[in-house]
Write a protein that binds this ligand. Sequence first.
Ligand SMILES: [Zn+2]
Length: 146
Amino acid sequence: MVAEPDWLLLAGFDRYRRPLWLRPSAARARQAMRRAAAADGVVLEAVSGFRSHDYQLGIFERKLARGQTVAQILEVNAAPGYSEHHGGEALDIGTPGEPPAEESFEATPAFAWLAVHAGAHGFAMSYPRGNPHGIVYEPWHWRFAR
Ligand SMILES: [Zn+2]
């Protein structure tokens, strides 16, 4: 179970112009990382930051209504209460012209930049290929852990 944090900071806006909420330390690190990437000519877009337990439940309800089974949904979405996004330190990253949350992100200059520089900003990929959590490879999902 991943608890929701007591404090979140508005970390800017995501690619859909929705407010992006993160824990304060993660929000500051994300801004610094985005600026450093921009200085290298790389655009990092936020796709998703903090998500509440209720929001995650809504994802399940929408997919169930579309006829997916719980097992199918669990292949790509954590159960409500168990997503790293509830903690306010996980960030899904995209780049212009790329669909969100697709494996093809790994072939972008944005991913290449992250692979080299994200660690210096305190971000690590949570679900690399063959991760022990049994979660599909998610090159777009990074977590601030410092
Ligand atoms: Zn994610």
